[in-house]
Every structure is written in C-alpha cells, then in structure tokens.
Design a protein around this ligand. Sequence first.
Ligand SMILES: [Mn+2]
Length: 354
Amino acid sequence: MKLGLGLYRHQLNDEHFRFAAQAGCTALVIHLVDYFNQAKANKVGDQPTGDLHGWGRAGDPDQLWEQGYLEDVVKRAKAHGLEIAAIENFDPAHWGDVLLDGPRKAEQLENIKTMVRRVGAAGIPCIGYNFSLAGVAGRTRGTYARGQAEAVGMEGPVDDPVPTGLVWNMQVADKLGPGTMPPCTHEQLWSRLNDFLTAVLPVAEQSGVALAAHPDDPPMPTIRGTPRLVYQPQLYQKLIDLSPSPANRLEYCLGSLAEMTEGDIYDCTESYARQNRIGYVHFRNVRGKVPHYKETFVDDGEIDMPRIVQILRRNNFQGVLIPDHAPQMACGAPWHAGMAFALGYMRALLQTVK
Ligand SMILES: [Mn+2]
C-alpha cells in the first residue's frame, strides 16, 4: 500500500509536492477541476462546500485536458519522488450532458474518451469520478471536530431544487435559473451511468486507465430533489456488476460509506477488496450517519482505521490511501496541519499494522 495526498488544482506546484514528500507520500491524487473559480461562498484553503449556488464556475467545455499539461505535471511530481496515482473528477463542463442526458452527450462522451487516452499516454493509471447530478451538496461547516476544529458535516436533508445552469454543484451556464433541473428517476440515472461505462470503459481498458467511482457524498437517496446512485454499500456491487472490465473500479471513500445507514464497513471493505475492485482509498473518518453526521480527525471517528488497513493488507491491496478531507487545525496553515496530522497517523498504520 502506498501513502498519497490529494491536491487541488491550485496546489499543483513544487511547494505542495515538497509538502507531500516531506510527509512520507510517494503518490498524489490530483484535481484538475477548479472548484474555486469565481466562487462567492467557497474559500480556497479547504475542501469546497459552497451554498445553494454551488461551488465555482465550471471550466471551458472545449478546452480538454492537454497531453502536454498532463505530462508536465507527471514530470514535475516525479522530480519529488511522487507518482500521479489518479486524477480525481471530471469537469461538469466536459460531461454535464452525460450526467443530464443532454443534447451534447455524444460529443462529450467522445471528448471524455480523448482525455482518457491522454491520461493513459501520460502514464496516469486511474481517473476517479462521481456520477452525480447534484454533486457534493447539502453539507454544512462548523467547529464539529475535536478541540473545536472546523470540519464539514450534515445537519438534515437538503431538498431545495437545483436551478438550471448548475450541474454537479458547479455553474455551467452564465446564469442560474429561473427553471430547475429536469426530473430524473433512480432507474434513469443508472441507465445514464451504464451508457457512460459502456462508451468509456473499453477505451479506458485499452489505455491502461481505471475508472474509479466515488460513492455519493452525502449518501442520501436524494439530494436537492435529484436521485443518487451509490447511497448504500451494496449499491457498489450493483455498479461493479454493470461491467466485468478490470477498469471498472471504485474510488473507495470510507467516510461516505460509513455515513450510510446500512451495511457494515468492515464486511463491505472485505468484499470489495477481495473482488480486487478498489482503485484507491479515501482514508477519512466520521461520526454519525446521514442526514446527521460530522467529519472527524482520522483517529477520532467511528471507523476502526487499523482494522481497515488490516483488511486491505490481508486482501493484498496495492493501491494508494489518501486522507480525502481533514478538519482544519488552529494555526497559520490549517489545511496543511490537518493533512500532516492525518498523513502521520496513516504512515504509522502502514508501518505497524500487519
Ligand atoms: Mn471521499
């Protein structure tokens, strides 16, 4: 197993690469979507939360991930002894109509395939994705974690409708509203996911790139009136069963899975690790279940993290663990301190758990 760190787009520089290397990381998971672009309610410096208007403005639909850019990031990280283990998330500007079954869907699927080929050619073995209409929405922020550390949680369901122009919690049009996102059933959403996987998995497999699905965050059956896909642990099995391709994998988020109202996190980890379907792991801890949960320091939640490492090791998991989110610590560099604390704990587990 390898220790990794997730970096946002604005952090893809030597300073952050050195920070990761200093904490003992050998891998990075990088975000190319800029969640903070023109965002009013979304501060750079921590994970994005936003308000009912979402995070920031999505990217340019016609500006795909460039081969040269990908290769440059790989090379710059390598200079610090870091491999790029995955890119996390597609830009809603690139696949909004794949999610919505909209008019540019066919064109966007072709663009996604082009980007997957480029990612493979750059030697990056995985893309994490979150097939979601509302995206990561409906969460709150407060001094929830130990020692009044600022963290993210949920304080009840959020069902305010999604205005048109907002997809995957980012703005894809110049203006939001006045209409709302067209209705969609759970069955329709599964069928859209199936279309996506059917189109892209063969290219991914050929390119040496796995597609790793994040469960819903937060894992509610609906958020903002839109259906969710993987909001109970057994729904991951439904996703796996859509395709036997070895490129059909999971972005295994312990936090989101533990927030679900059903299932047992240890049985679930055993099952998906045994099937060798875990792409990489969001190693995050939590207290409570939806719709009332709080993110915690990695050592302070309800998940027995050493036991998880034991299960992964027993099943010969060779991939990367990253902290995902961490509470903000009280100092001049709250994000860095939170991540350094999580990484130190994780490194100790990797060195000691047999
Ligand atoms: Mn996660």
